[in-house]
Design a protein around this ligand. Structure first.
Ligand code: UT7
Length: 326
């Protein structure tokens, strides 16, 4: 008989060593003639610092550190994993997938491994797919990773985007269980908004074609994000038969403190139920939710038996939520 649920049994995360404060970034950008300030970044986004990967680090390396931590917490060996899903928009290579590269680094060869590309909603998408595969009996122990090196796709001459993003990784081990774990999820996309947040370049004929750097209409993304996050949270709660007040922790995609606090207020959640890491990590795209989850677990905030709502939103336009019992 197929398991009724999948449950998170371990979490992990990793931040590259180099921490870049707003002041560090402001000084570096000033040398290029690009004007910004700690005050602007803090007031508009809540970000104080972010981490940037070292030149030799790859997205799979960041994911590897996070995966090892998650496996250790779950008490599992890499060889016991029978599914790897890696959410990223900054893969090591065009192909093969970063999931395959990670699989080899872990020594977990043989199990299915693939990437999910849903930008900042990537982890919520990947977790939903892993949950479905476990409940259908196709896998019993999945490793789900979100990792990014956005510093390599930023245009450091564009102050409207380069101050927002950082690098990092988060991971969970998700296992078949008869105890409640993932209770409900919702995934959405609307491709008519491709242009408001994209990296429009590609590779053809051995050359980069088009602009390979991130571009964003921040205000358009802001408005869409605010609109969908409350609706998706409510739809996910409805599916699980729960109310706003049943949420112990809200872990939204960490892009902008104003969006996150606005969502918490709409759900009538006190702000101390909101997990915030954007201040120290910036926006790490697909890594932001598992990074924040692992931080909250290791800080003793998120505890076994509590209801946690994860919410992603970003390029595509994509959005979604996963409601789970830890
Ligand atoms: O990860 C996917 C999800 N992404 C998001 O959720 C991002 C959503 N968007 C946002 O978070 C916000 O729209 C931003 C943080 C990107 C921008 O904040 P905003 O309050 O919407 O600012 P704005 O774009 O309206 O710009 C206000 C002013 C402009 O100057 P003027 O036209 O008023 O003179 C900008 O040129 O701030 C200026 N500005 C800056 N000034 C100093 C833009 N970037 C900077 C900067 N430093 N880095």
């Amino acid at each position: 008989m197929n398991p009724r649920y999948s449950r998170i049994t371990g979490t992990g995360s990793y931040l590259p060593q180099r921490r870049v404060t707003n002041q560090n970034l402001t000084d570096d950008l000033a040398a290029r003639g690009v004007a910004t300030s700690d005050q602007w970044i803090v007031e508009r986004t809540g970000i104080h610092a972010r981490h940037f990967a070292a030149p030799e680090e790859k997205t799979s390396d960041l994911g590897l550190h996070a995966a090892r931590q998650a496996l250790a917490m779950a008490g599992r060996q890499a060889q016991e994993i029978d599914l790897i899903i890696f959410a990223t928009s900054t893969p090591d290579m065009v192909f093969p997938s970063t999931a395959c590269i990670l699989q080899d680094k872990l020594g977990a060869n043989g199990c299915p491994a693939f990437d999910v590309q849903a930008v900042c909603s990537g982890f919520v998408y990947a977790l939903t797919v892993a949950d479905a595969m476990i409940r259908s009996g196709s896998a019993r122990r999945a490793l789900v990773v979100g990792a990014e090196i956005f510093s390599r796709i930023l245009d450091f001459n564009d102050r409207t985007t380069c101050v927002l993003f950082g690098d990092g990784a988060g991971a969970v081990v998700l296992e078949a269980s008869d105890e409640p774990g993932i209770l409900a999820s919702e995934l959405h996309a609307d491709g008519k908004y491709v242009d408001i947040l994209c990296v429009p370049g590609g590779v053809a004929g051995g050359e980069v074609v088009g602009n390979p750097l991130l571009q964003m209409d921040g205000q358009a993304v802001f408005k869409l994000a605010v609109g969908v996050l409350e609706k998706t949270a409510r739809a996910t709660l409805d599916k699980a038969g729960l109310q706003d007040a049943d949420i112990d922790w809200l872990i939204p995609h960490q892009a902008n403190i104003r969006i996150m606090q606005g969502t918490a207020k709409k759900l009538k959640l006190p702000l101390d139920k909101l997990v915030v890491t954007v201040d120290q990590h910036g926006n790490t795209s697909a890594a932001s939710i598992p990074l924040a989850l692992d931080n909250a677990v290791r800080a003793g905030q998120v505890q076994k038996g509590q209801h946690v709502l994860l919410e992603g939103v970003g390029g595509g336009f994509t959005w979604g939520a996963v409601l789970l019992k830890m």
